[in-house]
Ligand binder design. Structure first.
Ligand code: HEC
Length: 153
C-alpha cells in the first residue's frame, strides 16, 4: 500500500511538472525557422569553437582559458528541442551539460560558458539554434536485446 501511495505521488508530481502553466512555463514558446548556414557563420564569428567541438567545425584548441572542451551535436536518444538549445545559450547555468566532471564545466553552480546576451542579435540566436539542431542525430531506441518480443527485422 505504501509503495502504491509513493508511486502515485511520484506520478502526480511528474504530471504537475509537465503541465506547469505558471508564468515561468515554456508553454507558448515558438521560434521562427532559422538558417543553419547562417548559424554556422555565427558560430564561427562568436568563437563558440573556443570551448566546443562540433561536426564540421573543429575546436580551436588553446583559445579558452582554462581549457574547456564540451562536445555539441552527435547521436542522441531524445531530440534536442530548440527551447533547450536557446536556454543552453542564453541561460547556460539553468541546466548544465551532463557527462562532464563538474569542475571542468562550472564554478559555484555557474556554467563556465561565456555570456553572449548583450552581443548576440535575436536573428543570430535563431540561426545558431537551427545550425546546432541540424548537428544532432536522433537515434530511435531499438530494443535489440528483446528482439524476440518485437518483430523489427
Ligand atoms: C568559454 C567557453 C565557452 C564558450 C566560448 C561557449 N561555450 Fe557553450 N558551453 C561551455 C561550457 C563549459 C558548457 C557546459 C556547461 C553548460 O551546460 O552550460 C557549455 C554548454 C553549451 C551547450 C549545452 C551542451 C549540452 O550538452 O547540454 C550548448 C548548446 C552550448 N554550450 C552552445 C554554445 C554556443 C552556441 C556558443 C557560441 C555562441 C558557446 N556555447 C560558447 C563553454 C563555452
Amino acid at each position: 500500500m505504501r509503495t502504491l501511495l509513493l508511486f502515485t505521488s511520484i506520478v502526480f508530481c511528474l504530471f504537475l511538472a509537465a503541465c506547469d502553466t505558471g508564468p515561468r512555463s515554456s508553454i507558448g514558446f515558438s521560434l521562427p525557422d532559422g538558417d543553419a548556414e547562417q548559424g554556422r557563420a555565427v558560430y564561427t564569428q562568436l568563437q563558440c569553437a573556443a570551448c566546443h567541438e562540433i561536426d564540421g567545425v573543429p575546436q580551436n584548441a588553446g583559445t579558452a582559458e582554462p581549457a574547456i572542451s564540451v562536445a555539441l551535436g552527435g547521436t542522441v536518444h531524445r531530440i534536442k528541442t530548440y527551447g533547450e538549445l536557446v536556454t543552453s545559450v542564453i541561460n547556460p547555468s539553468h541546466r548544465l551539460a551532463s557527462g562532464y566532471a563538474e569542475e571542468t564545466i562550472q564554478a559555484d553552480g555557474k556554467s563556465l560558458m561565456r555570456n553572449y546576451n548583450s552581443v548576440m542579435t535575436v536573428d543570430e540566436l535563431i540561426d545558431l539554434v537551427a545550425f546546432l539542431q541540424s548537428k544532432y542525430n536522433l537515434q530511435k531506441f531499438t530494443p535489440t536485446k528483446y528482439r524476440g518480443y518485437y518483430p523489427m527485422g
